[in-house]
Design a protein around this ligand. Structure first.
Ligand SMILES: Cc1ncc(C[n+]2csc(CCOP(=O)(O)OP(=O)(O)O)c2C)c(N)n1
Ligand SMILES: [Mg+2]
Length: 756
């Protein structure tokens, strides 16, 4: 709760008769406190507007008109105990939770010591780890699914408190406590050592949004998910009747979001005048009680006003007549609350004046301090893109494969497919780390558990069976099916990981990752950077990718890895064989960064690249390529399903022409092994970059450009590329063959380049 205390000297009106009166559970002192936060919130907006006009800050977004509902939520919920996913109008909420005006002005000026983001985010983008106010972004509504995951995370830890414990770094695997090469002590190897998990058995998660934002699909995915899971989430829709210039009746069918959501089961619903702090508090208190008691989620629909245009870049007089604006002004929560305090004899005029003067003085000091604050240093721009604690490229992540015990008949251990080894790695990691949760579409063995228990069915475990048997072994609270909603899969995982869990989620086909794009590009990858390391979300997203399927067609064959390697903050891994998949997946799970783990469907059960299971500690560091075939005449750089095709071509070229190709499998695309490329190209002076995605703007374009740029004087020939045609992958196999790069295409390009 609020930390700012009301000054006892303030003129409490001499109206002794009503002193004991309680207003929906709010005492007179709390009401004065509420007014103080509301007035302060409005005055901060006013100061910021002035500062913006003076060009001392660079953006302004006001919370004006939303103060009463915000303060009510702040008073009804518990700071640092409950969890908060606010939006930009939640200034008053943040003040009531304990954020200081100085913190807000520091964000406005973009100061190095802005506690929200260190000068990286616009003002009103709140982020305060100590208060459980989770970093927010600018896309409308992308916080909502994370709030769902946050609530799921809290509940998971409450049910399994042991999972929250931090393992000792060396006790579990002494092998990993020293550098493999020189025996020096190494950095710790497990994300859990850097996640200080906190949770409460009856915590609730608050998430707010505007009326316009309720049109976003993610809002509806979130409502469905919380209703299904009966999760303790309070949705607070702050309905000011407009989304910039779009009025609510154009935004929301029938004009009432309350009416639209009323069919969702398990909810407690409140619709309230959000300009009235007492009524708003009562609504929030009831909502919080319902959630804390474990009945399910709550929905608070608060009718508020927006007196200051959408932002300082908007002029609402262009689309709202005076008559409408005056009607709103009559409901202004700040004046309304002031009148209420006077009317009820809680403060007299002198008391009001004194309170406001104190606030104004406090804000003046805060503004002066903020204007003196230093800006962040330009050298810091790359800081906190990734975990500063766990470096997945470090040699500690290079561990030998365990010797497989020989079979009883003395034969070599059986070589397993990539699908087998991914499944085995997931199983061993789940045994080792109780924070790992697996969910996605169809990943469970069987959602109707009784069928499994009664052994009526074997279970599915994914459309490619990669997660087969895991629900059976670890139970339905660790391995479960999600609704068919990719944004929800990634958004919920992000919220869970923020709480310290390790979700390893599956996107069934790369072709269907796009609904999750906003969550990946604007949330998952950015959270650590934008919060200046205040929050992190090291999720692993496993994705079945790629073509060469004979019939896969447009929507089951896509590649597009360069779209994701283009995102700072995301590790992108693309193994070509079973052993690499096992080693890299383990690193992905244990590291502290978000990882996109691309699994080529064609390689899942390929004969190429099978291997015995390398044991429960086998890891491969990120950013280390593998020389698949050593050579001296020509370097071929590739990855994924092109590796076996390039190998075939290289072997043929050597047989027919004696050309020795050095074939490099990158294995990891971000980071990638530039050193391996340099070493090889310095030796061969000729280079071909090959990839399955369409040629133009593909991943290999960046590699080719770097080589041309940095190794120009080492080259005896132009850098060439072989890739798919710049079209879609067609269904008819004749077309598919013509579109995707084949061994023959690679052979021809290698030969030409060797002869250049
Ligand atoms: C995904 C997305 N689309 C568009 C925008 C631009 N935008 C910012 S706020 C806003 C209107 C939001 O209206 P509402 O949800 O009613 O909240 P209010 O600002 O009225 O409180 C829009 C369109 C955005 N930030 N994100
Ligand atoms: Mg609105």
């Amino acid at each position: 709760m609020a930390t700012t205390k009301t000054d006892p000297k303030l003129g409490l009106a001499a109206n002794g008769g009503r002193k004991s009166k309680s207003y929906e559970g709010l005492t007179r002192e709390r009401l004065i406190e509420a007014y103080r936060f509301m007035y302060m919130s409005r005055r901060i907006d006013d100061r910021e507007i002035l500062l913006k006009r003076q060009q001392k800050i660079y953006f302004q977004m006001s919370g004006a008109g939303h103060e009463a509902i915000g303060v009510a939520a702040g008073l009804a919920l518990k700071s640092g105990y409950d969890w908060f996913y606010p939006y930009y109008r939640d200034r008053a909420l943040c003040l009531a939770l304990g954020v200081k005006p100085l913190d807000m002005f520091l964000q406005g000026v973009g100061a190095a010591n802005d506690p929200s983001s260190g000068g990286r985010q616009m003002p009103s983008h709140w982020s305060y780890p100590q208060l459980n106010i989770v970093t927010q972004s600018s896309p409308t509504g992308s916080q909502i699914l994370q709030a769902v995951g946050c609530a799921e995370g809290g509940r998971y830890f409450a049910r399994r408190p042991k999972a929250a414990e931090i393992p000792a770094s060396s006790s579990e695997s002494p092998l990993l406590a020293k550098d493999a090469r020189n025996g020096a002590p190494v950095i710790p190897f497990d994300y859990r050592q850097f996640k200080n998990v906190k949770f409460q058995n009856d915590e609730v998660t608050y998430v707010s949004l505007g009326d316009g934002t309720s049109s976003e699909g993610e809002f509806w995915e979130a409502l469905n998910a919380v209703a299904l899971g009966k999760l303790p989430v309070i949705f607070c829709v702050q309905d000011n009747g407009y989304a910039i210039s779009v009025p609510v009746e154009v935004q929301t069918a029938g004009g009432s979001i309350s009416r639209l959501v009323s069919g969702f089961p398990n909810f407690h619903f409140e619709e309230v005048d959000g300009t009235d702090p007492v009524a708003s508090y009562a609504a929030f208190a009831r909502a919080a009680q319902y959630c804390r008691q474990g009945h399910g989620p709550a929905f608070v629909h608060a009718h508020v006003i927006r007196p200051y245009s959408h932002s300082l870049s908007d002029d609402e007089r262009l689309y709202r007549p005076d008559v409408e604006r005056e009607r709103d002004a009559a409901r202004d929560p700040v004046t309304r609350t002031q009148m209420f305090l006077l009317r009820e004899g809680i403060l007299d005029e002198k008391g009001i004046t004194q309170l406001e003067k104190q606030v104004d003085e406090e804000l003046q000091i805060a503004v002066d301090q903020a204007l003196e604050a230093l800006p962040p240093a330009p050298e810091t721009i790359m800081k906190y893109l990734y975990s500063p604690d766990v470096d997945p490229t470090a040699t500690v992540f290079s561990t030998p494969a365990a010797e497989s015990p020989a079979a009883a008949d003395g034969k070599k251990p059986a070589a397993k497919t990539m699908a087998d080894l991914i499944n085995a790695t997931l199983r061993d990691e789940m045994k080792r780390d109780e924070r790992i949760l697996i969910f996605g579409e169809d990943v469970a063995d069987c959602s109707r558990e009784e069928y499994l228990k009664r052994k009526l069915v074997k279970g599915k475990g994914g459309v490619f069976k990669l997660t087969f048997g895991l629900q059976n072994e670890f139970g339905p609270d660790r391995v479960f099916n999600s609704p068919l909603a990719e944004a929800a899969i990634v958004g919920r995982a992000t919220g869970m990981a923020t709480r310290g869990l390790k979700p390893v989620v599956e996107i069934q086909f790369f072709d269907y990752i796009w609904p999750a794009m906003m969550q990946i590009r604007d949330e998952l990858t950015v959270i650590r950077w934008r919060s200046n390391n205040g929050f992190s979300c090291p999720v692993v997203i496993r994705v079945a990718i790629g073509g060469y399927l004979t019939g896969g067609a447009i929507y089951h064959s896509q590649c597009g890895e360069s779209i994701f390697t283009h995102m700072p903050g995301l590790r992108v891994v693309f193994p070509s064989n079973a052993l690499d998949a096992a080693g890299l997946l383990r690193t992905a799970i244990r590291c502290d960064d978000p990882v996109l783990f691309l699994e080529h469907k064609r390689l899942y059960r390929e004969t190429y690249g099978r291997a015995p299971y390398p044991g429960p500690d086998y890891m491969i560091p990120f950013g280390k390529a593998k020389i698949v075939h050593p050579g001296t005449d020509l370097t071929v750089i590739t990855y994924g399903a092109v590796v076996p095709r390039a190998l075939q071509a290289a072997q043929k070229l050597e047989r027919e022409s004696g050309v020795k190709v050095e074939l490099i499998d990158l294995r990891c695309l971000n980071p990638f092994d530039w050193d391996a490329i340099v070493t090889s190209v310095e030796k061969t002076n000729r280079v071909l970059v090959a990839y399955e995605d369409s040629l133009s703007w593909g991943y290999g374009a960046e590699i080719a450009a770097r080589i041309a740029d940095q190794m120009f004087d080492k080259l005896d020939a132009p850098v060439r590329r072989v890739a798919a045609a710049d079209t879609f992958v067609a269904y008819q196999p004749i077309l598919e063959d013509a579109i995707l790069p084949q061994a023959n295409d690679l052979f021809r390009a290698m030969k030409e380049l060797a002869e250049y």
